[in-house]
Design a protein around this ligand. Structure first.
Ligand code: ACO
Length: 423
């Protein structure tokens, strides 16, 4: 069978044949047919906007790989910083490279004192930590004017280090500000996840539990990249105008903030608390199906996964490990019942709706003591790596230009202005 597609313009009879490669054919076929012709594809459901060699995702079979490595293996055997190196550089580091990379990231963990004293202190006392985080990402760029040299590899590498190293510091600062606690400076003698937990929770002689440190690291690995999701696409779109990476990452974080994206884990915990007990699960399922619940079953469904999200499976296992340290989250039973009910219900089965990464992550975060408002911030810390990997891939891709989709104009035709008195 030929791996080509032929498009015929029935108006003119003109035909164009182009190759299909890995299920994709170039839109240049349409341009060749008639340059004034455009494809209407709301939400880019059927559009591949770039070539990418970072993350492979097979939603039908529940497969996720970073640079070819199955997510299950990375979650079991790797560390977040090693995965960050892998995503950004294409291969796992050797011992020397990992040592240098860890050292480099560790030496950028501090943020300018003015970020804390002047910028963060300006927020209202009950500001949402994710709103603070989004703004802080953009504000951080103002400290590094050289970040505008996005076509310079040296400058790009420098900003990548800074962003990866400073996001946990900013995240912890946002939390401590919102609860009125003094900030804790980074501790560069401990691991990346331990440093974050220390900045979050240190009061007196707090010691990071190694089991929670590992759980945090695994959660960071699982959230590090997920190809062309809404946030990453925002990073690419904003970055395509050659805006500095701090501004582009702020845009990506804003996209992540939404409840249909990274905000879902916060929504899941609120939903479980509203359901209240396992007896209420069947009624809630019926309400979701009829639209009466006013919302979807949060933490279920995915644009790409039409099967169990492999990250959800790993997170469920991590949850049990965390609960051994923290005690079981009382919402777990409701979540398990909800999952069981949905997986056996025709509405969810026929629409291929399965738990996604956010269904169980919020339960872990809550058990670890994170307030719900911090959940999306926890997602943004590791996803910064994915955003940056895509940002540099986009900037070095000769086929890419400034993102500028077309529209299908549906407004009125030209008409004459009517003076106020005659309307
Ligand atoms: N609960 C109930 N019904 C759902 C759900 C859900 N969670 N998700 C989708 N559906 C239904 C839709 O109503 C629609 O039904 P219909 O065909 O009868 O109209 C059908 O399934 C298809 O849904 P779409 O909205 O077309 O799917 P889309 O790919 O646009 O949406 C999304 C994907 C946004 C993730 C959606 O499944 C959703 O809203 N889920 C809940 C929010 C959530 O958990 N988001 C986190 C995603 S993971 C991440 O971003 C990290």
């Amino acid at each position: 069978m030929p791996e080509t597609i032929t498009i015929t313009d029935d108006r003119t009879g003109k035909q164009v044949t182009v190759p299909i490669t890995n299920g994709v054919f170039p839109a240049s076929a349409v341009r060749e047919l008639d340059p004034s012709l455009f494809i209407y594809d709301p939400a880019y459901m059927q559009t591949a906007a770039c070539r990418s060699s970072i993350t492979y995702l097979d939603g039908d079979n529940g497969i996720l790989r970073y640079r070819g490595y199955p997510i299950e293996q990375l979650a079991e055997k790797s560390t977040f910083l090693e995965v960050a190196y892998l995503l950004l550089n294409g291969d796992l580091p050797n011992a020397e490279q990992l040592k240098q990379w860890t050292l480099d990231v560790t030496h950028h963990t501090f943020v300018h004192e003015n970020m804390r004293k002047r910028f963060l202190d300006g927020f209202h006392y009950d500001a949402h930590p994710m709103g603070m985080f989004v703004s802080s990402m953009a504000a951080l760029g103002t400290f590094y004017p050289e970040a505008k040299n996005v076509l310079d590899k040296g400058s790009r590498d420098q900003q990548i280090l800074r962003l990866i190293a400073k996001t946990p510091t900013i995240a912890a600062m946002c939390h401590r500000f919102s609860v009125g606690l003094p900030f804790v400076y980074p501790d560069n003698d401990i691991s990346f996840p331990a440093n974050f937990l220390n900045m979050m929770w240190k009061i007196g002689d707090y010691e990071v539990d190694p089991r929670l440190e590992r759980a945090m690291d695994v959660l960071f690995i699982l959230h590090a990249d997920h190809e062309q999701n809404c946030g990453t696409t925002s990073m690419r779109v904003v970055g395509s105008s050659q805006a500095d990476p701090y501004s582009a990452a702020a845009a990506a974080a804003s996209a992540l903030y939404g409840p249909l994206h990274g905000g879902a884990n916060e929504a899941v915990v609120r939903m479980l608390a509203d359901i209240g007990s396992i007896e209420n699960v069947p009624a809630f399922i019926e309400d979701v199906k009829s639209g009466k619940a006013g919302s979807r079953l949060m933490g279920f469904g995915h644009r790409v996964y039409k099967n169990y999200d492999p990250r959800a499976r790993i997170i469920k296992e991590v949850a049990y490990g965390v609960f051994e340290v923290t005690g079981k989250n009382p919402l777990l039973d409701i979540a398990l019942k909800l999952e069981e009910a949905a997986l056996n219900d025709d509405y969810f089965k026929s629409r291929k709706l399965y738990p996604n990464v956010d269904f169980y992550s919020g339960l872990i975060y809550q058990a670890m003591g994170f307030p719900a408002e911090m959940f999306t911030v926890l997602f943004a810390i590791p996803r910064t790596v994915g955003w940056l990997a895509h940002w540099q891939e986009m900037l070095t891709d000769k086929e890419q230009k400034i993102s500028r989709p077309r529209q299908w104009y549906t407004g009125v035709d030209e008409r004459d202005y009517v003076p106020l008195g005659s309307r």
